[in-house]
Structures are given as structure tokens and as C-alpha cells.
Design a protein around this ligand. Sequence first.
Ligand code: NAI
Ligand code: MG
Length: 501
Amino acid sequence: MATALKFVAPENKAKTFIEGKHQILINGKWVEAASGKTFPSYDPATGEVIAQVAEGDREDINRAVSAARTAFESGPWSRLTVSERGRLIWKLADLLEANTEEFAEIESLDNGKPLKVARAADIPLAVDMFRYMAGWATKIEGSTIPISVPYTPGTRYLAYTLREPVGVVGQIIPWNFPLLMAAWKLGPALATGCTVVLKPAEQTPLTALRLGELMQEAGFPDGVVNIVPGYGETAGAALAAHPDVDKVAFTGSTEVGRLIVQAAAGNLKKVSLELGGKSPNVVFSDVDLDSAVAGSASAIFFNHGQCCCAGSRLFVEDKVFDKVVEGVAKKAEKIKLGSGMDSNTDMGPLVSEEQLNRVCGYLDSGLSEGAKAVTGGSRHGDKGYFVKPTVLVNTNDDMKVVREEIFGPVVTAIPFRTSEELVAKANNTEYGLAAGIWTHDIQKAHRLASQLRAGTVWINCYNIFDAALPFGGYKQSGWGREMGREVLEHYTEVKSVCTPA
Ligand code: NAI
Ligand code: MG
């Protein structure tokens, strides 16, 4: 149990938190699940249970939605000025930043990612997201609109729009960036004045619960954000189908994305989806190959490949194919696998046994169909959920490893000759989340950026995120955008007002 865990300091806040009680946050109170049930959260480096967490289900979701509804309609939140709202969000960012180390340790233990990565990326990006959205709270505006109305000649009108919060929002998030996904979802909801029921992923509920404590400390009124940990099929499904939820925002698998859409049909709640990907990352022969190789390796291996935007199909111009593949394989072999809490670790375990089996299943399928692993190709060790960083070649377009999202440290390398051939192949996917282009030919880069059907295109870089830059998918990678000005549209309704004047 928790006492066997290795912490950076023997007595620290992360340890105290993990060893404490993990309940459901409803209307400002921490409560047990109505059913009294709990579920385990694991350290994926060892497979050991690190915490028991209250297991919310339909009943708890109903209570949480009711609290969010009251907070939205008549609670103090509904009367705050936009400036007060912005200041609360900013305060949350400050508190989170001040507790970076604690959050990074909890995240590393619950998810498996290296502590140094959580410290450098996950937590600061979440802080930034809250700060960016705090700024928007005071800048969400309607407009005045000159109108003519042909059937009321001679009458002048004053017409304007108001941008109002969409209402009670259900937010269902995944386990790959647990805290950051919570921040991407909560930031715009709070900036626009919505209230929330958040369901963290069952694999990684802990940082969201700790964030709930910080929200109380910051002074958010009761019921503004309710947090219900639990399973997708129970708590998640109840939230997506709830008739009193005005909008559901989901990040996760395309398969569950479809279920969310069906569940939302009952009351036609608004839906935004951030789903899977099979993103092409393209290397041309004219580029500085060292940086393209390093960038392409990190495009797939960052976060153990558990990124919706992972550069999982590496397209390389044929004359440099062998060189680039060899370079990426060498980088893969240098990656040190281990517990996220070990400071030497470059790559931790996958998040769960289920993901380990899923990724190994893809490897077996690819290899049995004739793909060749230049490096990796199997599980690493027999304890914890580690997979060797893998580069596959000799694939064809029909293989599952080329078509489906693997969500592990596995890249398929594919040669191409012409840009035309490349565009057709790169777009030959049901997904459209992201793409990478490595070339020094400026025209080629921008032409290709417009030809690729993807919500984000990185040129001579990869995995560059900022709270101001919209992110989301074409095709079956999703509906809508997260971050930037664009996300605010999904959390607001536009009201047109007009009067003779
Ligand atoms: P998932 O889509 O099942 O889980 C994501 C979230 O949805 C979790 O909070 C889960 O509890 C919830 N959920 C599951 N079933 C639900 C339902 N019927 N109704 C409402 N909510 C539900 O993803 P899972 O099973 O953890 O991973 C499977 C695959 O999904 C991965 O291998 C990867 O390909 C993809 N995935 C994509 C992510 C992304 O960032 N786009 C994140 C996580 C997974
Ligand atoms: Mg699932």
C-alpha cells in the first residue's frame, strides 16, 4: 500500500494527500459515494494500489448536477462580476503554481509519467491555461449590429448580442494528462461563468481531486465545480445522458466519443469532442536531419506515445528513409525506462494493464502481418506496464498498426517519393488531429500545411502547445476546439436582443 511508495522527500504533501481520503466533491462538501463503494488507483510502475477512491455513479452524478444547476441559477457565482470571476481563476493558478512539486509527484505516481516531465510540462501548462482563461473572463463580448428589417419601413432599431454561459457543463476527461485535461476543460467553463460536473478518468483521479481542494481554498463558491470520480460506463454515461446538463465536453477514445453523442441526443445538449488521432509526421530530405530525427522521436515517444496528437505515422522521403529510421531507432534505444519517480527515467510505464495489453496486441498484430521492428516490439520487463519504444517498418496501408490509434510508444515509418503521393497517404486516415512537417523549403512547408487535413500543423517542431492556440480535430478526431478564443464559443450561447429605438 501507500507506505511502500517512494517519494522525493519522505514526509511530504504528495504523500499526505495520497494516503488521505479520496471522496467526491458535491456542493462544496467532500462525501462518500452514495453506494459506499470505492475503487483502486494504481502505481503503473509496479501495479500496486496507491489509493482507494470513492466510486461515484448515477446517484452521485444526479446530486452533483443538481448542485451545479443551483450554483448556476441562483448561487453567489451567478452574481459575481466578471472581474471577480477572473480573479478567482487567477488565484487558482497561483495556488497550483505554488504547489507544483506536490501535483507533479501525485501525477507521476498515479499516471506513471516521469516526475521531471510533470514538473516541466503538465503542471506549468495547467497553470498557464488558468491564467490565460482568467484574462478572458473580462473580455467575452457581444456586438451591436445595424439592422434594416424590410417589413417595418421607417422604424429604427437598436440590436445587439449578448454572449452568455451555456449553463451546467459535464466534463469527462482521460488519463494521459490528468491535471492538464482538467485545466483545459475547467478554464473556459469558469471564464464564461458556467458550472461544472467533472468526471476524471478512473485510472488517474487523484490530481483532479487535489485541484478541487485548491478551488475551495481559492474561494470558488460551493457547487461551481463538482468532481465525481468513477467509471466511464456508470458515472461518465450518466453525466453524458443527464437531462439537466446543457453541454458535455469529452476527451478520450473515438469509440466513446460516439457513445457521448448518442447519450447527448436525449436532451440535445451541446457536445464538444477531442478524440483520437493517427497523425502524420513528414520528413523531407532537404532538412537538417539531426533535428528532424530528434523531433520525430519526441513526436511519438513523448508521454510514452499516449498523446492524441502523437506523430505515429512517420513519413520519410525515400532517399533519406534508412538514415532517418536508423536515427529514430537509435534515439529509441537511448530512452531509459523506469518508474516516473526515478530521476533517471526518460519514459515511464503505460498507464494501466489494459493499455499494456492493448499496445502489445497491436505489436503482435503488426509483426504477425509482416511488419518488422527495427527496435523494440515488445513489453519491457515483467513488472509494471512498460513497453519498449518501437519503430516498425515494412508496413502496408491496410495494417491495423498503420490505420488505428495505438496510444503507445510505437511509430510506423513509411517511405514516400513525391509530395502528391505523400499528401494522399497522409490524409488516408479517418483521423485529422495533428501533423508535423520537417523541411527547409518554405513554400513546400506552407503548401503542405494547407493540404493536410488536420487541426494542428507543426512545421519544424512538434508537440508545441499554448493556451492561446486552438487545438482540436478534423474528421473523426473531434468536434470543436480547445484553448484559444475558439473554445469560448463552445461554452457560450449568443442571445440577440433588439428594440425599436
Ligand atoms: P475512454 O474513451 O474509454 O476513456 C476516456 C474517458 O471517458 C474516461 O474518463 C472514461 O471513464 C470515460 N468513459 C468511458 N466510457 C464512457 C461512457 N460510455 N460514457 C461516458 N464516459 C465514458 O478511453 P480508454 O478506454 O481509457 O482508452 C482507450 C483508447 O482511447 C486509448 O488506447 C486511446 O487510443 C484512446 N484515448 C484517447 C485519448 C485522447 O486524448 N484523445 C485519451 C485517452 C484514450
Ligand atoms: Mg475505456
